[in-house]
Ligand binder design. Structure first.
Ligand SMILES: Cc1cc2nc3c(=O)[nH]c(=O)nc-3n(C[C@H](O)[C@H](O)[C@H](O)COP(=O)(O)O)c2cc1C
Length: 311
């Protein structure tokens, strides 16, 4: 998620969830080919399994970008076919590519030919007036013939004009039944459902119909739901750590990053939701927000913030 799932956020989430596959923000091929690759691709080994999400529509550039991702050690390369922003459309990538299945198939083919790791897509159930079930099936069929075997499907369509990206995550209605139906009719494909999933119970319910669930906003705002979800799906033994242990384990990472010159609030902004729904949640958020930006703030601030909650 752009601006959210940077490497700091992912490191923190990995301390919370041992099993979830973590996804980068979308990185465009032009940024990767012409920009600061070290900055864009760097991640901590602890983050595995971690997928690199690419935005682009040129088969050659996507192939090269996928190779960079594999060389850097990413476990999966994912192509964004779901983002509806104007900026992304003018670059001819994201959700507008759902109108160009042949081009997308060429992109997928070129990426698959270039890397050993899985190449996956993240898409919508439709865009604009290309939103019939048959059109969705045709799209999936063409990509699957090109070699794509895993589809992460945001279970709502996107309107490419008239709605902001935020509205496109809220206004078009969720349609889980369509994703379930896809799984039934493309049983050999891995179908992962996304959109509006916020509880362990909902995850368990979806998993009776599809192969996986992707959780976006709730995992960011209420990361502890990942612990509860793992406990629900894999058994209580997973519930080994508590929030304070997560903070303890984060501190050495924060010290290392501060020593490299990273400002503390670039990391703490992602951990504000750790106590979501708990007594002291507001205190935690307020303490971190007030103090993280101060000159000379150190990693010990996290411990001090946690101590405030015990008092
Ligand atoms: C701030 C923000 C940034 C996002 N950036 C991306 C992105 O870079 N790539 C992507 O595939 N989806 C992106 N999304 C969409 C989410 O991945 C997800 O599909 C959407 O929020 C619906 O799932 P949810 O209800 O679990 O959040 C973003 C969402 C948000 C809120």
């Amino acid at each position: 998620m752009l601006d959210w799932t940077d490497r700091f956020c992912r490191y923190f989430l990995r301390l919370i969830s041992g099993r979830a596959v973590l996804y980068t923000e979308m990185v465009t091929t032009s940024a990767l080919l012409h920009g600061d690759r070290e900055y864009l691709l760097r991640f901590d080994p602890l983050e595995h399994p971690v997928a690199l999400q690419l935005g682009g529509s040129d088969p050659g550039e996507l192939a090269q970008s996928a190779r960079f991702g594999e060389q850097w050690g990413y476990d999966e390369i994912n192509l964004n076919l779901g983002c509806p922003s104007d900026r992304v459309q003018s670059g001819r990538f994201g959700a507008c590519l759902m109108a160009e299945p042949k081009l997308v198939a060429e992109c997928i083919q070129a990426m698959i030919d270039s890397v050993e790791v899985p190449v996956t897509v993240k898409q919508r159930i439709g865009i604009d007036h290309l939103d019939s079930y048959q059109q969705l099936c045709d799209f999936i069929g063409i990509l699957s013939s090109a070699g794509c075997a895993t589809f992460i499907i945001h279970a709502r369509k996107a309107w490419l004009s008239g709605l902001s990206p935020k509205e496109n995550r809220e206004i078009p209605p969720l349609d889980y039944a369509t994703v379930y139906r896809l799984k039934r009719e493309f049983a050999h494909l891995e179908i992962i459902i996304n959109g509006g999933i916020t509880t362990p119970t909902a995850c368990a319910k979806h998993l009776t119909q599809v192969d996986g669930v992707m959780i976006g906003r709730e995992a960011y705002h209420n990361p502890w739901m990942l612990v509860e979800t793992e406990a629900r799906l894999y058994g209580g033994a997973q519930l080994t750590s508590n929030r304070e242990q997560v903070i303890q384990r984060l501190v050495p990472f924060v010290r290392r990053e501060l020593a490299r010159g990273v400002p503390l609030n670039r990391i703490t902004r992602h951990i504000l939701g750790l106590y979501h729904g708990q007594p002291g949640a507001r205190l935690w958020r307020r303490y971190l927000s007030e103090h993280s930006g101060k000159n000379g703030a150190t990693a010990e601030l996290l411990l001090a913030a946690a101590e405030q909650l015990i008092k």
